[in-house]
Design a protein around this ligand. Sequence first.
Ligand code: TYM
Length: 328
Amino acid sequence: MKRVLSGIQPTGGVHLGNYFGAFRNWVSDQHDTDAFFCIVDLHALTVDHDPAQLARTTLEMATMFLAVGLDPSACTLFVQSHVLQHTALTWLLECTASFGELSRMTQFKDKGKGRESVSAGLFTYPVLMAADILAYDTDSVPVGHDQKQHLELARNIAIRFNGRYGDTFKVPQPDIPKVGARIMDLQDPTSKMSKSSKSEQGLIYLLDDPATIEKKIKRAVTDAEPEVRFDPESKPGVSNLLTLLAAATDKTPDDAAKGLVNYGSLKHSAAEAIIEMVRPIQERYRQLSADTSEVSRLLANGAQKASEIAEATVRRAGDAVGLLPKSF
Ligand code: TYM
């Protein structure tokens, strides 16, 4: 069976970009693949974070995994820091990755911009991500478009390692959805919807209430020309709303545009479709939040299963580079 792995950082809530770019594919993948999904809490340490909040937001993210429909009997859910093999493998891969290729990562350049000091962890972030993926002999990685470059790096590291030390890692493929891979900011539709966005008005969270969703969509930036048409180059705001409507109703953006006579009706339809889509997720999230002990138990089981697989990979990679094998 094809092996799938993906991850999300536990900070800042889940927005529609995360949902359409990743979560939705995860939910459909879990039934016909051997799927692993992790909360990448170590990645969250690469920029300023609040130590008093991280454990709580990690548990909230796990609760959200279940609320969107991930089923622990169909896939493996775990927290990255619970599987120490990820960091052990990262070191072996860091010695294969080059300074030059890491310097070219656009997300590193973007996140580092304007900061007085940048952590070494932010620089090596994509190598930890490569370890997340390569530790599981992953075939396919369902992600949004913004992770494409990191995936390419993971592939290159795997190929280089295999070339140097013999066949050790499976070379993974990205799996990027046709609709929803690049959800844009509602206030600045030329930038992606992101937790680090300037304005909260630019993002819709899965836990936003209906009135907030409606307000954010109503205020979304469009353009001066009245026609509802999918054209991301010259009509980024309208095209983003069409993408949201299309993704929420399982259509193509061109089909979603049919019958919409003005921006008012586009916004109304998009808001309605999103509110309906998040309603059952929110209900389930509320129920699950009442008792998180079950969620913690699931994460412990997930980490156990993940560790066994990752441990075998770390040993294989250690053997390949010539470390003295552990006899214990
Ligand atoms: P993160 O936490 O930023 O985002 C989680 C997932 O959401 C997708 N995404 C989007 N998709 C469409 N439109 C958007 N505006 C949008 N914003 C975010 C991301 O592409 C991602 O799929 N480095 C990763 C986490 C990671 C990972 C991994 C992913 C760590 N290890 C191993 C896959 C495999 C990240 O920070 O995603």
